[in-house]
Write a protein that binds this ligand. Structure first.
Ligand code: ZN
Length: 462
């Protein structure tokens, strides 16, 4: 069973799901005001792999990830560019999905948009005011954090120390610097929605608590996001649920941040790397592999060298996939390799090692190292003339890499005619007729194939 670190308790604990056999996962999605950067790519890949692994483990996963399509940053960019805010949000969301599709990320089962839930958000704010835990000021409605039992649970800080660390704005009408806006009253030239407190728009923290509970229900299983969201965003989501007496997430998962050149990547440092650019510039699977090589809670260093290294590992995976295709074709003539010896145990052992690593707080670095090791060992077995053992190991490795979303690139199948040329070339080489072998190689290259001589004879790839 999968055990995950829980930010609330600070301990690694089994996922005890609310409904047997099912997991509800809420992941804070993007605020769509610009193109995604590599930090976004990391969190999406982490939760994509968590979901894939839960599904592999037999759970039905309801994966909800929101789109914040109304926000200060969207309004600011629209105003700066003289555009409609909906236009900025729609364009940015399109860029988001294009990058996610390029990385082979599974679409969440639901993608709620904040603007579709504004009525429910206003209802929650009214409820909090009625309960006496929220109050109105001239510019909005705020939650009184003092009134919330256990505020500071995720931050692992008491209210006093949070209050001491909070920024106090000039002429702030808030009763405490940690109190946060549930509803922002209308300002000139901003989009607004009606509410009992006058026209305005919801605060960001109110969006996620409403959408997660609306779609996953009280006491849903997993709430995830980047480490930078623990406080105040997730603390404040939780505070609203607690204040209305509703059970919130049972387990909190947070992923580490992306570092560039040893520093946290951030807009203010100017070291933000565009995700679409990164994916377009290399094998799009390379970033996924790089992300999985680091434990999800650790910082991740992204550099051209680490990406190149990831791409080389993938090239070896692709080559093994092509190689087993050839071995299987040969085996078709000679009989099924599984019939030879007791090789199925090899696959079972690989699967057990993989599950052990993954179950231990989503240990992708160990799981991945094991699988890439299996790729090497499979090649050794195939080189050594043990096609049955090599094939079994290779198939298990490729099957498990696919669980991580690292499928080998589909190799183009050589036609019978091309296979005929390969066969004639191997025969020519065996008969030491190198002139004929060279001319057959030229024939293959003319047809667009890259020709390599391996231990098993002529190998072709596009
Ligand atoms: Zn959120």
């Amino acid at each position: 069973m999968l055990r995950l670190h829980d930010t609330a308790t600070g301990a690694v604990a089994p996922i005890a799901s609310r409904d047997p056999g099912a997991v509800g996962l809420y992941v804070c999605g993007p605020t769509v005001y610009g193109p995604p950067h590599v930090g976004h790519g990391r969190f999406v890949l982490v939760y994509d792999v968590l979901r894939r692994y839960l599904e592999r483990s037999g759970y039905v996963v309801r994966h909800v990830s929101n789109v914040t399509d109304i926000d200060d940053k969207i309004i600011a960019r629209a105003a700066a560019e003289g555009r409609d805010w909906t236009d900025v949000a729609a364009e940015s969301e399109e860029q988001w999905w294009a990058a996610m599709d390029a990385m082979g990320v599974l679409r969440p089962t639901e993608v709620p948009h904040a603007t579709d839930y504004v009525g429910e958000m206003a209802d929650l704010v009214s409820d909090l005011v009625a309960r006496g835990v929220a109050y109105e000021t001239s510019d909005g409605v705020y939650l009184s954090c003092d009134a919330v039992e256990g505020y500071g649970l995720l931050a692992h800080q008491c209210l006093d120390s949070l209050r001491a660390g909070a920024r106090v704005a000039v002429a702030d009408e808030k009763r405490s610097p940690v109190d946060f806006a549930l509803w922002k009253k209308a300002k000139p030239d901003e989009p607004t929605w009606p509410s009992p407190f006058g026209p305005g728009r919801p605060g960001w923290h109110t969006e996620c608590v409403v959408m997660s509970l609306a779609l996953l229900g009280d006491g849903f299983d997993l709430h995830g996001g980047g480490l930078d969201l623990v406080f105040p965003h997730h603390e404040n989501e939780r505070a609203q649920a607690v204040a209305t007496g509703r059970a919130f997430a049972r387990h909190w998962v947070h992923n580490g941040l992306v570092m560039v050149g040893g520093e946290k990547m951030s807009k203010s440092l100017g070291n933000v790397t565009d995700l679409a650019e990164l994916v377009a510039g290399a094998d799009p699977r390379a970033y996924r592999l790089l992300v999985l090589r680091a434990h999800y809670r650790s910082p991740l260093e992204v550099s051209p060298a680490t990406l190149d290294d990831a791409a080389s590992a993938l090239a070896r995976v692709d080559e093994l996939a092509r190689r087993i295709g050839r071995v299987e074709r040969d085996a078709g003539v000679r009989g099924t390799p599984e019939a030879v010896g007791n090789v199925s145990e090899v696959g079972a052992a690989e699967r057990a090692k993989f599950a052990e690593a993954m179950d231990d707080d989503l240990g992708t670095p160990r799981a991945l190292a094991g699988l890439l090791g299996a790729v090497r060992r499979a090649n050794v077995l195939l080189d050594g003339g043990d096609p049955a053992g090599g094939l079994t190991l290779a198939r298990a490795a490729l099957e498990l890499l696919a669980v991580l979303g690292l499928e080998p690139r589909a190799a183009e199948q050589a036609s019978d005619e091309v296979l005929g040329i390969i066969h004639r070339r191997d025969a020519a080489r065996a008969g030491r007729d190198f002139a004929a072998a060279d001319s057959l190689r030229a024939e293959l290259e003319e047809r667009g194939w890259i020709v390599e001589d391996g231990p098993a004879g002529t190998q072709v790839r596009r």
